[in-house]
Design a protein around this ligand. Structure first.
Ligand code: ADP
Length: 414
């Protein structure tokens, strides 16, 4: 209760305090701006010089007015020339000197120029009325000058603000560039590490796999039914399978490093695309034991491709189709042509891919949440396929609807 009372009492005070502080900041800002503006003026345009020169200036125009009155028989507006002194003061030195000049002019008008017959004196109302038009003109000049000065100060403030923003932008740009360079360096380091680690891992894994395969062949030749030998054969088969998986993962990592370093070289030659796909389909059918159908519009289509790399694409698409569809569902591979282009379609009857995920599946390391939970992989295969196909001046895309399976399509120029 005590606390809330305290809060109610102190709130208006705080608001007031804040308001005055804000006002003070604003005032000190405009004072600093004015000071800066004055400092940038040439010495002869400073107001102090204006105050000092106002007197001779008014004197000069007074003499001029008197001289004109001497040579002309009658002057309608005696002393109207004096307004030029006010004007000059205003334009050269600003409001303060302009008002000072106006005051001097009014005195000069009163004492030297207005007709003596009227006995005009500033202290009398009539005298004062005679001076009103001149005073109003002078004041108008002073007001216009004040507005000009204000506009100039505002422009200066805007210029400073823009300069501050530009400085801040430049600073953040520099920081961004620095962090960009650091990021690039870190990325290069990561790529170098990936490439080195893959190379270092590849040799021992190939050796282990080779030894396991050799032992497996030797045991197969012995035709013994000893349970221990059978168990060893099963273990060796597992080693063979797992090292095979490791090998293909390392191959994918090495391919990604090559792509990033721009070192993927294509060895193109004339090949029969139909024969290549047919051969791969047969291999995959034997290896997976699944139903994979193959149809081609033409018995042979000759085109210039890197056989190994394009084979890698076909293998990848078929093994993905097998991996992401139920084991008892078929996979269909179809090759056809349209105009000057060859098309490959690999269709499965799996879960399919949501529209928003389809645009990401060709990115490196991207995996759909479904794939993360159901199948192993690094999310590199399709990114490598895309690079290979594009290097052949072709394109690759996916047509899929959730629950309806997917078709991966490749288009290649003939
Ligand atoms: P990986 O299969 O190793 O995860 P890929 O680059 O081959 O990597 O595939 C990227 C992702 O695309 C996969 O993780 C999966 O989510 C999705 N994907 C690829 N092929 C299919 C397919 N036939 N059916 C459903 N999803 C697929």
């Amino acid at each position: 209760m005590k606390h809330s009372m305290k809060a109610t009492i102190s709130t208006p005070d705080t608001a007031k305090h804040r308001y005055t502080r804000m006002e003070r900041v604003q005032l000190s800002k405009s004072a600093a701006l004015r000071k800066d503006y004055m400092e940038h003026l040439p010495a002869w345009r400073r107001p102090t010089v204006g105050y000092m020169l106002s007197l001779p200036l008014v004197g000069l125009f007074l003499l001029l007015s008197m001289f004109i009155e001497q040579i002309l028989s009658y002057v309608y507006f005696p002393g109207s020339l004096l307004i030029i002194a006010v004007l000059l003061s205003a334009f050269i030195w600003g409001v303060g000197p302009a008002l000072f000049s106006l005051l001097l002019c009014l005195l000069a008008l009163d004492y030297f120029l207005l007709p003596p017959v009227w006995h005009i004196d500033v202290v009398t109302l009539k005298g004062a009325l005679q001076l009103v038009p001149f005073a109003i003109s002078g004041l108008v000049i002073a007001i216009i000058t004040a507005q000009r000065e204000r506009a100039r100060l505002e422009a200066l403030a805007a210029e400073y603000e823009a300069k501050n923003i530009a400085d801040a932008l430049e600073e953040s740009n520099q920081k961004l560039e620095e962090s960009n360079t650091k990021l690039q360096e870190a990325n290069q380091l990561k790529d170098r590490f990936l490439s080195m680690a893959s190379h270092e891992l590849k040799t021992p894994i190939t050796t282990i796999r080779g030894q396991a395969q050799l032992l497996l062949r030797r045991l197969d030749k012995q035709h013994t039914a000893i349970p221990e030998v059978e168990n060893t054969k099963k273990t060796l088969a597992k080693i063979n399978e797992q090292t095979g998986r490791l090998n293909s993962l390392i191959d994918e990592l090495m391919d990604v490093s090559r792509i990033r370093a721009g070192k993927m070289v294509l060895h193109t030659r004339n090949s029969d695309f139909v024969a290549l796909c047919h051969e791969i389909v047969e291999d995959q059918r034997i290896l997976s034991g699944r139903t994979i159908t193959f149809t081609s519009e033409q018995p042979a289509i000759t085109t210039t491709i890197d056989n190994d790399r394009m084979g890698q694409v076909v293998i990848n698409l078929i093994s993905n189709a097998l991996k992401y569809s139920p084991p008892d569902s078929p996979v269909e591979v179809k090759v056809d042509t349209c105009g000057q282009n060859i098309f490959l379609h690999v269709t499965d009857h799996g879960k399919g891919i949501a529209q928003e995920q389809q645009q990401h599946i060709f990115e490196t390391f991207y995996r759909t949440p479904d794939a993360e939970s159901s199948a192993k992989g690094l999310g590199l295969g399709l990114a490598i396929c895309k690079e290979i196909v594009e290097r052949h001046n072709g394109r690759i895309w996916c047509e899929s609807q959730p629950g309806m399976g997917s078709t991966f399509c490749v288009e290649l120029p003939k």
